[in-house]
Ligand binder design. Structure first.
Ligand code: SF4
Length: 182
């Protein structure tokens, strides 16, 4: 029977240099509605404009309940070169690369794992303009993966508590992905 531990080697590659499975009964995910409040500041421009972000993603209480169903997490980090912090185009490019990387990892999940939840980094950028803006259904629901923040996960606190490198060093851009399972 294939287990999540068995796919770690495949998760790791040139863009994913960190991946680990953590026990959520010992290291909780720190799910807090305050994180959604930060989303409301709309620094990324996707609040109320994307199906994978609040409020389109659903109510915080429901997202929290969903997270609480799981006892383990595969957490991994995508890393990209970026010359300038304010290079918006490159930032969007790296976000799209990360989301494709999360979909790659999703495809590695063994069937035996059963029910699970995949979370990405940043609101979905698969379409040039999210259908949410026109209040139309998501065009590619099989492709869209919500970001950890939309579920209220305080990724900064979680990585800090688990000694996972979080802040991107100069010249690099980091994003996190997660697979929650039992
Ligand atoms: S796939 Fe397209 S429509 Fe669906 S959430 Fe992503 S950007 Fe929006």
């Amino acid at each position: 029977m294939t287990r999540m531990d068995d796919i770690i080697d495949k998760v790791l590659n040139d863009e994913t240099r960190y991946a680990a499975i953590l026990d959520l009964t010992k290291t909780p995910l720190y799910c807090d509605e305050m994180v959604i409040r930060y989303c409301e500041n709309n620094a990324c421009g996707k609040y109320d404009a994307n199906w994978t972000c609040p409020p389109g993603v659903g109510k915080f209480e429901d997202c929290k309940k969903e997270i609480e169903k799981y006892s383990k997490v595969l957490v991994f980090r995508s890393e990209y070169r970026i010359e300038k912090w304010y290079d918006y185009q490159r930032t969007e490019e790296t976000l799209a690369l990360h989301q494709a990387n999360v979909r790659r990892v999703r495809d590695l999940i063994p069937e035996e794992i059963g029910d699970h939840l995949v979370l990405s980094g940043g609101g979905c950028v698969y379409c040039k303009e999210c259908a949410y803006i026109r209040r139309e259904p998501c065009k590619y629901p099989e492709t869209a993966i919500p970001p950890v923040e939309a579920y209220g996960i305080d990724i900064f606190r979680f990585t800090m508590k688990n000694n996972i490198k979080y802040g991107s060093p100069e010249g690099e851009m980091y994003y996190f992905g997660m697979v929650l399972f039992n």
